[in-house]
Design a binder for this molecule. Structure first.
Ligand code: SAM
Length: 258
């Protein structure tokens, strides 16, 4: 599919308004390729040009245009910070953890493994993993990965996987049961939670948002954290200076001010 400059501009604006994602002018070829790669692509473009993109089409747009790169062992220092933070919490306290852009599941399953290494060994800890893209959530729910890719993890954590044929491994059933995977657009305002979280991992997604939108999104995420709670963002990401209510604990890790 070859998009005209006008079509690309309309798509760019729509994607920014609905998904928060800032597509630079250099992404036109990528967007053309991805929309051209699905049967619904031409219809999606026509709907956007006509200004009547229905919610299912919007979901499809998110499935196609998001970048879902992740890997096992990514920015692993945060998991050490998490383990130490959990072990400092009163044992009686139930902990709620939210992984806010969980992609294909490597990050939330690593959160689960880290929790197994705490004095609580996963007891009294609930894990929610959300992403806007349905295919990555589907992949995450299945919990099947290339064995080779898991070798980035410590030997201790590699022992959690069960081997499957064809060079694949699967995460433990207990991990699949422990994590609730849900679709959530971080643009949702207000975010749909009744109770605050003790820990939020929101890593390597802020980079896709720009300017004031980025500030608004991260502030809404921060507001979901209870006082004293732990927030981790990507190591290459920074918080806009206007975001309030946090103190820095270590690189890209913050505590919510009391
Ligand atoms: C680069 S991946 C990062 C995955 C993981 N957090 C990590 O650090 O490896 C970014 C993820 O953010 C998701 N994402 C992008 N825009 C989003 C939005 N508006 N709401 C929720 N998730 C979004 C993408 O689908 C993708 O899976």
């Amino acid at each position: 599919m070859v998009l005209s400059s006008h079509q690309y501009e309309v798509i760019r604006r729509k994607v920014r308004a609905e998904l928060g994602i800032e597509l630079g002018p250099d992404r036109k070829a990528m967007v053309s390729r991805r929309l051209g790669g699905i049967p619904e692509g031409p219809q999606l473009v026509s709907s956007m040009m006509a200004g009547d993109l229905a919610p299912p089409s919007l979901a499809l747009l998110a499935d196609v245009l998001t970048t879902n790169h992740t890997h096992w062992g990514r920015e692993s220092a945060h998991f050490d910070v998490l383990i130490q933070w959990i072990d400092e919490q009163p044992a009686s306290r139930a902990l709620r953890i939210w992984c806010a852009a969980s992609s294909t599941g490597e990050e939330p399953y690593t959160l689960w493994m880290a929790c197994q290494d705490t004095e609580r060994s996963g007891r009294g800890i609930s894990l929610l993993a959300t992403d806007i893209s349905r295919p990555v959530l589907e992949h995450a729910r299945k919990g099947i990965y290339e064995a080779e890719a898991t070798t980035r993890l410590s030997a201790k954590w590699q022992r959690h996987f069960r081997p499957l044929p064809d060079g694949l491994v699967t995460v433990p059933e207990a991990a699949k049961r422990a994590i609730l995977f849900r679709r959530l657009n971080l643009m949702t305002n207000p975010l749909p939670f009744r109770n605050q979280f003790d820990v939020i991992f929101c890593r390597n997604v802020l980079i896709y948002f720009d300017g004031d939108l980025r500030r608004q999104i991260i502030q809404r995420v921060v507001d979901q954290l209870r006082p004293g709670g732990l927030l981790c963002i990507g190591l290459a990401e920074s918080l806009p200076k206007e975001v309030t209510g946090l103190s820095r604990l270590s690189p890209s890790a913050f505590l919510r001010s009391p």
